[in-house]
Design a protein around this ligand. Structure first.
Ligand SMILES: Cc1cc2nc3c(=O)[nH]c(=O)nc-3n(C[C@H](O)[C@H](O)[C@H](O)COP(=O)(O)OP(=O)(O)OC[C@H]3O[C@@H](n4cnc5c(N)ncnc54)[C@H](O)[C@@H]3O)c2cc1C
Length: 308
């Protein structure tokens, strides 16, 4: 990777309460900070909050987040409203991040604050064929569908990048979405590919016997397929963290394990908020974000000074 890519001290993945609080503390500690993701996609955005300390009113989650973003920008954090598609660690210890716009960013320290995905379709056949053709992870299960017909379902970056990845493996790739909300770069790549698009559609049911055999859409179109990848939202936190071999909490195997400094098992990588497990509360997310922001900025400054 060239040295000309945009480099930061700390990159924060996620613009929910955890990521915003981390951004404020890291930026105020004079770190050069970038924040990825969108406040509109925080699970708090449509909530009404009554239980946040010292705010004796019912608050709109959207208003809280917009103010938090403004506050973090005022302290110098830079917001890039893109989803992350991939993370790698370079030999130097620096992290390289690929975002949906096609840009590549780098940082000495990362904070994972991508929340949890609630990515079920809730359609007949989804539960029944889980592991028998239904999957929630292109990177984990894509190879089981070599030369087969597969269907990818979702409106955002995870579905598009998943469909593009499956083109390298599967025989035929269908992309089913209601309306696509992705970067121009991803849209351009989809347009130039031979992915079969089913725009303005939802999945009605998944059919099969011992495994998936077909997907029926709400316009009654039936797509014969061996695999269905449900890729709602942005690329899942665990999928991204898995690429760095970040350890999960051994009890749940669903959340990222951290210590009291919000450190993960990988030096330079911190995690905060819902991604670290319950309770799903803004107060917890903000507290963990504060610690992660302070720790990550101190780590990045230390590593950067050793390298220069
Ligand atoms: C309906 C509802 C009501 C709630 N009510 C309350 C309440 O009253 N009080 C309370 O305290 N809590 C409430 N919560 C819980 C609260 O919303 C969460 O605990 C809190 O938002 C967690 O913050 P977070 O920053 O960890 O994650 P989130 O707020 O979910 O933010 C996740 C962020 O990660 C980003 N992201 C995800 N994937 C990627 C990717 N691949 N690349 C880049 N960015 C990515 C998203 O764009 C988003 O910005 C409610 C939740 C819901 C769903």
């Amino acid at each position: 990777m060239s040295d000309s890519l945009s480099e930061f001290d700390v990159i924060i993945l996620g613009s929910g309460p955890a990521g915003l609080q981390a951004a404020m503390h890291a930026a105020r500690a004079k770190a050069n900070v970038a924040v990825l993701g969108r406040v509109q996609r925080s699970s708090l955005y449509k909530a009404h909050v009554e239980n946040y300390c010292c705010m004796d009113a019912t608050l709109s989650g959207g208003d809280i987040l917009e103010q938090g973003k403004h506050q973090a920008e005022r302290f110098g954090a830079r917001f890039l409203e893109h989803d992350v598609l991939g993370i790698d660690r370079e030999e130097s210890g620096r992290f390289a991040i690929e975002v949906e716009s096609g840009e590549r960013l780098a940082a000495w320290s990362l904070i994972l604050a991508m929340g949890i995905s609630r990515n079920r379709l809730h359609v007949p056949g989804e539960k029944e064929f889980l592991g028998k053709g239904v999957s929630y992870c292109v990177e984990c299960d894509g190879n089981f569908f070599r030369d087969e017909v597969v269907v990818v379902v979702g409106n955002e970056s995870a579905a598009c990048s998943g469909a593009l990845h499956l083109l390298l493996i599967a025989g035929e790739v269908h992309l089913v979405y209601d309306h696509l909300d992705v970067s121009e770069h991803l849209r351009y790549q989809i347009d130039r590919s031979n992915i079969h698009e089913h725009a303005g559609c939802k999945v009605k049911t998944i059919l099969g016997s011992t495994g998936v055999e077909a997907v029926v859409l709400d316009n009654d179109e039936k797509i014969g397929a061996a695999g269905v990848f449900i890729e709602l939202g942005a690329k899942g936190a665990l999928e991204l963290a898995g690429r760095l071999n970040i350890a999960l909490d051994p009890d749940s195997m669903k959340y990222i394990a951290t210590n009291k400094k919000q450190e993960t098992n990988l030096a330079g990588v911190y995690a905060a908020g819902d991604i670290c497990g319950p309770p799903w509360q803004m107060a917890k997310a903000v507290g963990e974000g504060c610690i992660a922001g302070l720790e990550a900025s101190a780590y990045a400054k230390q590593v950067r000074s050793k390298k220069s």
